[in-house]
Design a protein around this ligand. Structure first.
Ligand SMILES: [Zn+2]
Length: 335
C-alpha cells in the first residue's frame, strides 16, 4: 500500500516538483531503531512513533522520501529521539556523504564520553534536549535555561572540535523569552568555532513570537536556523526578511513531519490540526474527518516555496546544509 494519497500526488506534481531543486537536504530528522532503547521499552499507544512501528530507521525514511519526493535526491542530518530512556551511545549510521548524524547529548555525559561517541560514529555534532537538562539539574522542564543544557566541559569540546549543535530552545516563552534571547547569544559567543542551529526557528510557530526576536542572533555569525515543523507563511517570510538566508536550513522533523496535519496560529498560540489521533504537543484531532489533509512535510515545503526568496531556494533547500555538514565531516577527519 502506498503512503501517498492521490491528493498528495497532485500536490507534488502541480505545486512542489516544478519548483523544488533536484537535490534536497533535510537537516532535522529523527532516526532510531529498536536497539536505541532498552529491551522491553515501548512508546505509549498514542505516541506519534507508533505510527511508524515504534522506530524509524534510515530505510523507513528512505522508503517514505522516495514516495514523497520521487524526483529529488535527498540528503539528511539526523539524530535519535531524545527520550529519557534512549541510549545516547547509539547514533544513526552516518556516511558523511548524504547521511550526516549527531549524538543526543545530556549535560550528564562527560566530555570524554561524548568525544568517543563522536569519533566512533563519525558524527558532526550533537543534539541536546530540554528533558535531559531538567533531569540533570533537578529543575522543572519549564525552568530549564539554554546554558543548563551543556556542561562547561561539553562547551569546550564543542568549540574545540567546531561541532554543529541542533538546539531546541527551552522555556514557555520560546524565541521571545528574554533569558533565551540572552543565552542564545552567549552560547554563540562562548563557542565561536561551533555552529548553533536553532531548531524550528527557535520554536516560533506563531508570528508574535518571531517579530523583533531575530536581530541579535542575526549578528552572531555562527547562529543558524532550521525551519523544522514551521509551515506558517508569515513566520517564514519574516525570517527570510530578517535573517541571512545563507544560515537558514530546511529541516522537516521527520517522522513527525510525515504525519498528516497542519500547524495553525490561533490567538497568538499555535495548534497542530491533525488528521490522526496521535499526541504531539498542542494537537487538535479532526475526529470527524472533515478535512482532507496532506502531510506536514508537504505543508512545510509549500510554505517555504511561497515565501523564500526564489534566488535563495537552492541554498536553503540544499546547498547551505550540504556545504556546512560536508565541511564539518572533512574537518573532523582531518582532526
Ligand atoms: Zn526534532
Amino acid at each position: 500500500m502506498s503512503f501517498l494519497t492521490p491528493n498528495d500526488a497532485t500536490i507534488y506534481r502541480e505545486e512542489l516538483n516544478p519548483r523544488l531543486p533536484r537535490r534536497i537536504f533535510d537537516a532535522h530528522v529523527h532516526i532510531f531503531e529498536r536497539d536505541a532503547f532498552p529491551a522491553g521499552f515501548a512508546f505509549p499507544p498514542k505516541n506519534c512513533y507508533q505510527r511508524f512501528g515504534g522506530a524509524f530507521s534510515l530505510s523507513q525514511w528512505r522508503d517514505l522520501v522516495a514516495e514523497l519526493l520521487p524526483e529529488q535526491q535527498v540528503s539528511l542530518n539526523c539524530f535519535g529521539t531524545p527520550n529519557a530512556q534512549a541510549m545516547r551511545e547509539v547514533a544513526p549510521p552516518a556516511d558523511n556523504v548524504t547521511v550526516f548524524a549527531m549524538t543526543l547529548l545530556s549535560p550528564a555525559d562527560s566530555a570524554e564520553v561524548v568525544q568517543q561517541r563522536l569519533a566512533d560514529g563519525r558524527l558532526i555534532g550533537c543534539k541536546p534536549y530540554v528533558n535531559y537538562a531538567a533531569e540533570h539539574t533537578g529543575k522543572k522542564t519549564g525552568d530549564v535555561e539554554v546554558l543548563d543544557m551543556f556542561s562547561d566541559g561539553q562547551l569546550d569540546l564543542i568549540n574545540r572540535l567546531g561541532l554543529a549543535v541542533t538546539l531546541h530552545i527551552p522555556r514557555p516563552g520560546r524565541l521571545a523569552d528574554p533569558v533565551n534571547q540572552r543565552q542564545m547569544v552567549e552560547l554563540c559567543q562562548r563557542c565561536p568555532r561551533a555552529t548553533f542551529i536553532f531548531a524550528h526557528i527557535g520554536r516560533a510557530y506563531f508570528l508574535r513570537n518571531v517579530v523583533g526576536q531575530l536581530d541579535r542572533l542575526a549578528e552572531c555569525p555562527n547562529a543558524w536556523l532550521d525551519t523544522a515543523m514551521v509551515n506558517h507563511q508569515e513566520v517564514l517570510k519574516y525570517t527570510f526578511d530578517h535573517f541571512p538566508a545563507e544560515r537558514i536550513l530546511f529541516g522537516s522533523d521527520a517522522p513527525i513531519a510525515f504525519l498528516r496535519g497542519k500547524s495553525v496560529e490561533i490567538n497568538h498560540q499555535y495548534a497542530y490540526l491533525m488528521a490522526e489521533d496521535v499526541r504531539i504537543g498542542s494537537a487538535i484531532y479532526d475526529s470527524e474527518h472533515v478535512i482532507e489533509f496532506t502531510t506536514f512535510f508537504y505543508e512545510q515545503l509549500r510554505a517555504l516555496l511561497d515565501t523564500a526568496p526564489p534566488q535563495c531556494l537552492d541554498d536553503i533547500l540544499f546547498n547551505n546544509a550540504n556545504n556546512l555538514f560536508s565541511r564539518l565531516a572533512a574537518s573532523l577527519v582531518a582532526g
